[in-house]
Design a protein around this ligand. Structure first.
Ligand code: IPE
Ligand code: IPE
Ligand code: MG
Length: 259
C-alpha cells in the first residue's frame, strides 16, 4: 500500500484511471509451445485477449488503447510466421469490424503501412473508414511500428518543412517535434503494460512513454484476460506520478517554482 501521510488537496476523490494504455502483447509463441502447438496457434489464441482488453477498456472508460501487434523487427522471423501474422491481420480486420462498430470502437493503425501488401493496406483503410465515427474508444494497433521509426519519420517531416521554409530551425522544440509523431492528437500512454515476462520496451512507443508507468506481467498474452488487465489498472491507480516534482508537490498539485 502506498498511503500518504499528507491529506488530499481537495474533497474530490482523485480519479486515477489511465486515459491511454499501451500494451506489448508478448508471449504468444511460448504459450503455444508449452502446449506442444505451433507458434501460430498462440497468435490465433491471442485474439480473444485483444477482445477482452478492448471490452474491459470500454467498461473502465479508458479512452485510448494502443496494442503492439507487429514490430519493425518482427520481419526478421521465419517467413512462414510472418506470412501467417499478415494473414491473421487481414482476417481479423474483416471479421472484427462489426464487433468494433457494435462496441463503438474507432480503429486506427499506426506504423509504416506501405511495407504491407496492397491488399492489406486496402483492408486497413477500409476498417479505419468503417469505424471512423465511433466514439466509445480509440483502438490503435501498431503494425510495422517501431519507436525509433516514429522519431525518425517525425524528424524527416520536420526537416522537410525546414527546407521548404515553413519552419525555422529555432522553432523546433519538444512541443513542435511531437506534433510530427504518429499520434500527436492523443495523450501519451499513462500505463505501459508488457505481458510474457520480459522486462523490456522492444522499440515500442519510445518518445511517448517518457513518463508512462511500466507494468510487467508474467502471463503469456493468450492468458491475459479482463481480470489481469483490471489488476494492472488497479496497480496504476496506486502509484504516485511525480513528473519530476517532489512527492508532496505531486500530492497537493502545488508547483510554485518559488523555492
Ligand atoms: C508476440 O508474441 C506477438 C508478436 C510479436 C507478433 P511472440 O510471438 O513474440 O511470443 P514469444 O515471445 O515468442 O513467446
Ligand atoms: C515485441 O515482442 C513486439 C510485439 C509484441 C509485437 P517481441 O517478441 O518481438 O520482442 P523481443 O524480440 O522479445 O524483444
Ligand atoms: Mg516475443
Amino acid at each position: 500500500m502506498d498511503n500518504h501521510a499528507s491529506p488530499p488537496s481537495s474533497d474530490q476523490p482523485r480519479l486515477r484511471s489511465p486515459r491511454h494504455v499501451a500494451i506489448v502483447m508478448d508471449g504468444n509463441g511460448r504459450w503455444a509451445l508449452r502446449r506442444r502447438l505451433p507458434r501460430t496457434a498462440g497468435h490465433r489464441a491471442g485474439i480473444k485477449s485483444v477482445r477482452a482488453v478492448v471490452e474491459e477498456s470500454i467498461r473502465q472508460g479508458i479512452g485510448v488503447l494502443t496494442l503492439f501487434a507487429f514490430s519493425s523487427e518482427n520481419w526478421r522471423r521465419p517467413k512462414t510466421e510472418v506470412n501467417l501474422l499478415l494473414e491473421l491481420f487481414m482476417r481479423v480486420l474483416r471479421t472484427e469490424v462489426n464487433r468494433l462498430n457494435e462496441n463503438g470502437v474507432r480503429l486506427r493503425i499506426i506504423g509504416e503501412r506501405t511495407a504491407f501488401p496492397e491488399k492489406l493496406q486496402r483492408r486497413i483503410a477500409e476498417a479505419e473508414a468503417a469505424t471512423r465515427t465511433n466514439e466509445a474508444m480509440l483502438l490503435q494497433v501498431a503494425a510495422n511500428y517501431g519507436g525509433r521509426w516514429d522519431i525518425v519519420q517525425a524528424a524527416r517531416r520536420l526537416a522537410t518543412d525546414v527546407c521548404a521554409g515553413k519552419v525555422a530551425p529555432e522553432e523546433v522544440d519538444e512541443r513542435l517535434f511531437s506534433t510530427r509523431l504518429s499520434f500527436p492528437d492523443l495523450p501519451d500512454p499513462d500505463l505501459f503494460i508488457r505481458t510474457g515476462g520480459e522486462q523490456r520496451i522492444s522499440n515500442f512507443v519510445l518518445w511517448q512513454s517518457a513518463y508512462s508507468e511500466l507494468y510487467f506481467s508474467d502471463l503469456m498474452w493468450p492468458d491475459f484476460g479482463a481480470e489481469a488487465y483490471r489488476e494492472a489498472v488497479a496497480d496504476f491507480a496506486r502509484r504516485q506520478r511525480r513528473f519530476g516534482l517532489t512527492g508532496d508537490q505531486a500530492d497537493t498539485g502545488a508547483e510554485d517554482g518559488a523555492d
